[in-house]
Ligand binder design. Structure first.
Ligand code: CDP
Ligand code: CDP
Length: 224
């Protein structure tokens, strides 16, 4: 058994997974892993290469040859790389957000990403967040959280976040976008977004990220 248990956090877009996972990792001295960033980086590569987003074979081939990696940046913030290029900012753009669910539904893409993610968590002490962490990537994680919030609140949070970066969306546009993406993520055949039977649901609608992080930390019992 790992001395430091892994923590799996799943949930729909804008539920607060990344913010909360980062806080939990910082407070516990764990490693934070954003699996969505890996699917986003691959999507960026597909867009650059002009790969058809509805061609699963081409996307699967691309996953096999694209070096996607996560590294700690100078400010200790997680950075995402394609080869040696830091694409952490570019992957948050609307074009990647609009296409990532098509890339992430391809079984060969998922197999490759899951393999990389499992290897990152082998030694324990990671807080990993995504859509299939409790169900597929870390089914044995002793702490599994399914984080939710109402759709209007999730859309508002994402809107506010993008507004700070200068991208303005209406509440309606943002709700449509996250409902559409959650719909594809939850109904795909390969590793859909779903709560693991042994995951605990936390509804973050009325809680700050700090409060949610503390609720999760209260559930962590170091082994040994
Ligand atoms: O931050 P946000 O919730 O908007 O999304 P993300 O975590 O960056 O994930 C982007 C997309 O990657 C999701 O909408 C899924 O299509 C895909 N994804 C996945 O399929 N499996 C994961 N473990 C993580 C993300
Ligand atoms: O990773 P995910 O898409 O689930 O959500 P996120 O990117 O962590 O959170 C989206 C936005 O909501 C961020 O700007 C967070 O600061 C904010 N947030 C919040 O206001 N209250 C929370 N309890 C969690 C996140």
């Amino acid at each position: 058994m790992n001395l430091y248990p892994n923590i799996a956090i799943d949930g729909p877009a804008g539920a607060g997974k990344s913010t909360v996972a980062k806080l939990v990792a910082k407070k516990l001295g764990y490693i934070y892993i954003d699996t969505g960033a890996m699917y986003r980086a691959l999507t960026l590569q597909a867009l650059r290469d002009g790969v058809d987003m509805h061609d699963p074979e081409a996307l699967g081939r691309l996953a096999g040859v694209t070096p996607v990696s996560l590294r700690n940046g100078e400010d200790d913030r997680l950075r995402v790389f394609l080869n040696n290029e830091d694409v952490s900012e570019e992957i948050r753009g609307p074009e990647v957000s609009g296409n990532v669910s098509y890339v992430a539904m391809v079984p060969a893409v998922r197999r490759r990403m899951v393999e990389l993610q499992k290897a990152m968590a082998e030694k324990g002490g990671v807080v990993m967040e995504g859509r299939d962490i409790g169900t597929v990537v870390l089914p044995d994680a002793p702490v599994k959280i399914f984080l939710t919030a109402t759709t209007p609140v999730r859309a508002k949070r994402r809107r506010d976040e993008l507004a700070v970066k200068g991208s303005i969306f209406s509440q309606e546009q943002m709700e449509e976008e996250i409902i559409r993406r959650d719909g594809i993520d939850s109904t795909r055949e390969a590793d859909p977004l779903t709560k693991a039977p042994d995951a605990e649901v936390i509804d973050s609608t009325f809680f700050t990220a700090e409060q949610v992080a503390d609720m999760i930390i209260a559930r962590v019992q170091p082994a040994g």
